[in-house]
Write a protein that binds this ligand. Structure first.
Ligand code: PGA
Length: 253
C-alpha cells in the first residue's frame, strides 16, 4: 500500500507559544498511525527545533520545513540550507508551494535544483504543483501540470523519484474555501500518476504518494481521501485548528 499522509502547512502563522500549544494539543490525541499512515507538520523555520523536540517519542510523525535553498551553504542571507535541516533532524521539506512560486518567483528550474539538494541529503521533498484559475477555466490544466512535473522532476532517477511526495494543489482552491470536487481531484491525481507511469513505469508510479491540497477540512477530508489516487492532503487553514486537523488525520485511508 502507498504511504498516506496528512500534512499540515502552517504557512506564516502563529507565535511560538501558539505553535507549541497547537502541537501539544494535537499530540495529546491518539491516532492510528503506522509506516503507511503518517502525519507531517510543515512549520515556520524559527519553530523547526521546537517542533522537532516535541515529536520525540511520537512515531510516524515528522516535521517539515516550508522551503530550503538550492545551495548547501554560503553567503545567502536569510535562506535555510538542507545541512541546517539535517542538523536539526528534519526529514521533510515542502518545495514549490504556489505561494513561493508566485511571491518569490520560484521557477520549475530552481525547484529542480532544490529537489536535487534535498534528495542528496536524504530529505523527503513534498513537491507542490497545480494550476491557477485562468488555466483551469481554459481547460488546459493537464498540460500545465505536466510541464511542472517534466521541468522539475523528470531528470530524477526512478530511485530518487520514489523518495518524492507530490502535492497537487489547484491554486484556485487554496485558502478560498473552494475545494476541488473529489472527482476533479481524482481526475488530476490519476492524470499525474499516468504521466509518471509513462516516464518511470507503473511499478514506480504506483508507489508515489500524491496529496491533494486546497481547502481540505474536516467535513471534506474523508470524501477526498477515499479517492483511489488521493493519498492524503496538504492542509493550510484547517491545520491550525486542533479539532479540524484531528479529524483530517483520522480521515486517512
Ligand atoms: P488551504 O491551504 O488548506 O488553506 O487551502 C493549502 C495549502 O496551501 O497548502
Amino acid at each position: 500500500m502507498r504511504k498516506q499522509i496528512a500534512a499540515a502547512n502552517w504557512k506564516m502563522n502563529l507565535t511560538l507559544t501558539e505553535g507549541e500549544q497547537l502541537l501539544d494539543q494535537l499530540l495529546s490525541n491518539k491516532y492510528e498511525l503506522n509506516e503507511n499512515r503518517q502525519v507531517v507538520f510543515a512549520v515556520p523555520a524559527p519553530y523547526l527545533a521546537m517542533a522537532q523536540a516535541k515529536l520525540a517519542g511520537h512515531t510516524n510523525m515528522a516535521i517539515a520545513a516550508q522551503n530550503c535553498y538550492s545551495k548547501k551553504s554560503g553567503a545567502y542571507t536569510g535562506e535555510t540550507s538542507v545541512l541546517m535541516l539535517q542538523s536539526l533532524g528534519i526529514t521533510h521539506v515542502v518545495l514549490g508551494h504556489s505561494e513561493r512560486r508566485e511571491y518569490f518567483n520560484e521557477s520549475n528550474q530552481l525547484l529542480a535544483e532544490k529537489l536535487n539538494i534535498a534528495l542528496e541529503h536524504n530529505i523527503t521533498p513534498i513537491f507542490c504543483c497545480g494550476e491557477p484559475l485562468q488555466i483551469r477555466e481554459a481547460g488546459t490544466q493537464n498540460a500545465y501540470v505536466a510541464a511542472q512535473l517534466e521541468e522539475s522532476l523528470y531528470h530524477l532517477s526512478a530511485d530518487q523519484l520514489k523518495q518524492v511526495v507530490i502535492a497537487y494543489e489547484p491554486i484556485w482552491a487554496i485558502g478560498t474555501g473552494k475545494t476541488a470536487s473529489s472527482e476533479q481531484a481524482q481526475e488530476m491525481h490519476a492524470y499525474i500518476r499516468a504521466q509518471l507511469t509513462e516516464k518511470y513505469g507503473e511499478l514506480v508510479a504506483n508507489t508515489i504518494t500524491i496529496l491533494y491540497g486546497g481547502s481540505v477540512k474536516a467535513s471534506n477530508a474523508k470524501e477526498l481521501f477515499s479517492q483511489p489516487d488521493v493519498d492524503g492532503g496538504l492542509v493550510g487553514g484547517a491545520s491550525l485548528l486542533v479539532d479540524e486537523f484531528k479529524v483530517i488525520i483520522d480521515s486517512l485511508k
